[in-house]
Design a protein around this ligand. Sequence first.
Ligand code: N01
Length: 541
Amino acid sequence: MAPKSTVTRPKIQLDAIVVGAGLGGLYALHRLRGLGLKARAFEAGDGIGGTWFWNRYPGARCDVESLEYSYSFSNELQQEWKWPERYGTQGEILKYINHVADRFDLRAQVTLNTRVTTAIFDRKTNLWTVTTDKGDVVEAPYCIMATGNLSTPRVPDFKGLQNFKGKWYHTGLWPKEGVDFSGLRVGVIGTGSSGVQMIPHIAAQAKHLTVFQRTANFSLPARNGPMEPARESTHKANYPERRKAAYDTPFGIAGHPPPTQSALDVPEAERNRAYEEKWKEGGSISFLYGYTDLLTNKASNDTASEFVRNKIRGIVKDKRTAELLAPKDHPIGTKRLCLDTNYYETYNRANVLLEDARSAPVEEITANGLRTTAKQYDLDAIVFATGFDAMTGALNEIDIRTSDGTRLRDKWEGGPLTYLGLMVAGFPNMFVITGPGSPGVKTQMILSIEQHMDWIADCLKHLKTKGYHRIEAEEKAETEWVDHVNEVAHKTLYPLAHSWYMGANIPGKTRVFMPYVGGVPAYKRKCDEVAAKGYEGFTLA
Ligand code: N01
């Protein structure tokens, strides 16, 4: 037997290492190049695009309108790109991301098929050393984690999966070549945004579909359609103002007038007329942003929740199924509100069955399907729409530590601790794009990515100009920020839901509310103030 050869690659020296080549990583490369820094992104996928590279399940589509969900950093780009539909499909968004990479010549700076496994900071040299599963050793003063918030797919630890004779899939690891469900008996587990988007498509193709629902989710109609030329030209004519206005809205999405009154200040008939209008218009932002207190006052929220429950009861013909689909365990909007096309209507099809995985949980995957505590189901394919180890999963998968032995996984055992969601005390020179403690996942993600990376780029420029080699979040500032994030969350209804925002979908994960829900304006103001005060709460050395 020939001896095993260990490939030792020459150490790569950079100014900045970027982990991930999705929307965040690519924008990081663009900004770092603008600063004259030598950077490279390492990406586990065999293509760029992050979320939009991996989540190719049928029906995958963004739930923020395309004219908003796009980069704003280049006016030429936003003027020339044509979105064919109101909401971008996964394929269309991936095409856009690839176009951006080519247009700004970013592709050559991405190493694909390469997963970062460790990242170690040396406190003496102020250098990060990153290693990859391909044997790369990369050294740089700065490390930028563009690892995404929903990039660690999770299949629950069901007994017997290895015995299943059919094929199984996870929405976040969908095969590139697609899946043909024609003639098959399919089981879908999970009814979050991915399940809700996918179920109508699978139902239309499969011989039979059984949906195993543990928690009913609220979903609103997207009312997707071809991009109307007048809508596009008006938007493009006002792009700079629209982008600026987005920063003044809580979710970073412009075009929805701010609410002025409580839902309870309006007579019931008028309130229901307003909800009806928003239901017809489609989209989640205008619905949740209809009154001032839908996410802070339970009684107000009940009016919106009940409106949607009644819509479900009106659409779904079978009474048992309709009641199962009508969410009762959380206020609307406290779990990510889904957007769908014909989701509830799908349950009127003769080949679709909804089962209650709350009262009869999935117990075991068997050779021929699955067994719940109530019954055996024969299936040819199983789809896990069971979500992700959100917000902390991708960072905790990398062994991140410093030369004095501090490990990120240990530090975050009781939940993520960050200062502004941007940096972690004890881990100098490591920036996180839209990390836990930032509003990222509660906003138009690309706006938050740009805001974060712009802040990081300004910070790097500052460090260079002043001759600093190290920036580190202070423990005190971090603690105060984490307390503030919690305090703000507990003034809202969000903690009433068992959501991935709380880590509640992962057995054993500490439950803390991870995103900052104080809104984009308050957050951006704080980030700008911190920078203006010479990076208050950070130690520069
Ligand atoms: O994942 P999820 P997702 N037995 O965690 C169920 C973004 N996104 O991939 O609620 C039975 O929301 C689980 O049940 P429960 C968006 O931010 C955006 O759908 O934990 N069921 C839940 O129903 C979204 O929020 C877009 O009780 C089990 C489901 O699996 C985020 O990604 C599209 C189970 C997981 O839902 C994640 O969405 C898609 C078990 N053992 C995604 N374990 C758009 O832009 C879990 N479940 C439109």
